[in-house]
Design a protein around this ligand. Structure first.
Ligand code: PLP
Length: 457
């Protein structure tokens, strides 16, 4: 065994086949990758393996470079049929938001200044007032995400005191957001009432004592108890809270400002109340994500009565959780779209509302572009999901292109490795590309890439 046969780090790092990698990652990073690769080869050789040659190491390096580049966040095509896919970045932003980000974030801005008076103002003032008006409530506060919104409410209003919550709502939302853990972190003490499947108003009532600071209602998001289940209406809970002088905090999650489309069964629509409906039912503070059904950037909103929001705003934690200017830039055009009722300008809302007929026509467009590769495909009806912890089982009627054949995994992998990676779904041994979640602007790229992948089979 001759370890001396291993190439030198500097030699390998300067190989012409790594020129592109040096350009994109910088010489330092490439040299570090080379060092790792050579160290690995040395270890293997010491364990008795053949000493790796230059070509072998270069091949390994190309792999490492590819991996490193793949760790960057980049655009993909979501053909999974899951509208708010947390791993795929939830809501795509409206064009107007992108334009505003470009204008505002690439420049100095009026983030905390009144341009007429030249005096300092509060960040987010305008957006918060508009959001409050849209939710038909007194006030709104913007923070980093919904987890932060819930944390701020509990920490400010209930640290060192008690919060009453139904045992049936102590859930994990996904992505590790567990209500009991957030509660614990806020310093509030959790008082669980009822059982997993049944909680009555009397259960809350009995639990109220002089250490109680708030009542909390959590949207059960991605799970649903059927059968022998019961919980009080939000309104009943609000009445009890107010009779005892307590705030009712509602962790809503989705942030729906408008009604869900009619083609979703009424029973499912009832399970996803709008922010306005929660406010109207008497919730004092409603927390929701801005990047779920609301359709905006990552962010969290707390809307409700001014007396509570003023307290939240004055808490030092609010400063640590404040929204940044890019979020505000993205959000304001979205508020404008809601004010004008222009839901088509909000990608999540447009996808949610697209008719099956429109989807079918778009899939037909893909098929036409596939030409001779279309033989292996078939247009099929399917069901899409909202996702993001919202109405997990409320399945929207949708249309997909099914790719038949034995090699489903190979096709799915080929799609993921395309220039603009395509994420599809495998169902009953077929690859399904669901049109509901594909942005219309990506139709042509999807078809061209699919054609290539099928031709390579
Ligand atoms: C999604 C969700 C959260 C977490 O929201 P983020 O904006 O991801 O922090 C909290 N509560 C509920 C009910 C949710 O659905």
């Amino acid at each position: 065994m001759s370890l001396r046969k291993l190439p030198k780090v500097d030699h390998l790092a300067l190989d012409s086949s790594l020129a592109d990698a040096r350009e994109r990652l910088g010489t330092k990073v490439v040299t570090a990758l080379v060092r790792e690769a050579i160290a690995g080869a040395r270890l293997r050789a010491l364990e008795g393996a053949e000493v790796a040659g230059r070509e072998e190491l270069l091949a390994e390096l190309r792999q490492r470079v590819h991996q490193r580049l793949g760790q960057e966040v980049r655009a993909v095509i979501n053909a999974t049929g899951v509208l708010l896919h947390t791993n795929l970045g939830r809501a795509p932003l409206p064009i107007a938001s992108l334009q505003r980000i470009q204008e505002v974030a690439g420049s100095y801005s009026t983030l905390e200044i009144d341009d007429e008076l030249g005096v300092r103002t509060r960040r987010g003032l305008g957006a918060e007032a508009r959001l409050a008006a849209l939710c038909e409530t007194e006030d709104a506060l913007l923070v980093n995400n919904n987890a932060a919104a819930v944390l701020l409410c509990l920490s400010t209003l209930a640290a060192g005191r008690r919060v009453i919550v139904s045992r049936g709502e102590l859930v994990e939302i996904g992505g590790g957001f567990r209500i009991p853990e957030v509660l614990a972190r806020s310093g509030a003490e959790l008082v669980e009432v009822g059982t997993t499947n049944r909680t009555r108003v009397q259960d809350y009532e009995r639990a109220v004592d002089d250490r109680t600071a708030a009542m909390l209602r959590v949207h059960p998001s991605n799970f649903h108890i059927t059968g022998f289940a019961e919980r009080p209406a939000l309104q009943e809970l609000a009445q009890l809270a107010h009779a005892r002088g307590l705030p009712l905090i509602k962790d809503l999650g989705g942030g729906l400002l408008v009604d869900l489309p009619e083609f979703i069964p009424a029973r499912d629509r009832e399970r996803e109340p709008s922010v306005g409906a929660c406010v109207a039912a008497g919730a004092d503070l409603v927390c929701f994500s801005l990047d779920k059904l609301f359709g905006g950037p990552q962010g969290g909103a707390i809307v409700g009565a001014r007396r509570w929001l003023t307290t939240l705003r004055e808490d030092p934690l609010a400063r640590a959780l404040r929204v940044d200017k890019v979020t505000l830039a993205a959000l304001e055009p979205l508020l404008g779209a809601y004010e004008r009722g222009a839901l088509d300008e909000i990608p999540v809302q447009a996808m949610l509302r697209a008719s099956e007929e429109t989807l079918r026509m778009r899939v037909q467009g893909w098929v036409d572009a596939l030409a001779e590769q279309a033989a292996a495909t078939k247009i099929v009806p399917t069901r899409a999901a909202i996702g993001g912890g919202t109405l997990a089982e409320a399945l929207l009627p949708s249309v997909a292109l099914a790719v038949d054949g034995e090699r489903t995994e190979v096709v799915a992998q080929g799609l993921r490795q395309a220039n603009v990676p395509i994420f599809a779904r495998i169902e009953e041994g077929r690859v399904l590309l669901d049109a509901r979640t594909v942005l219309p602007a990506q139709d042509a790229v999807l078809a061209a890439q699919l054609k290539q992948v099928l031709a390579a089979q």
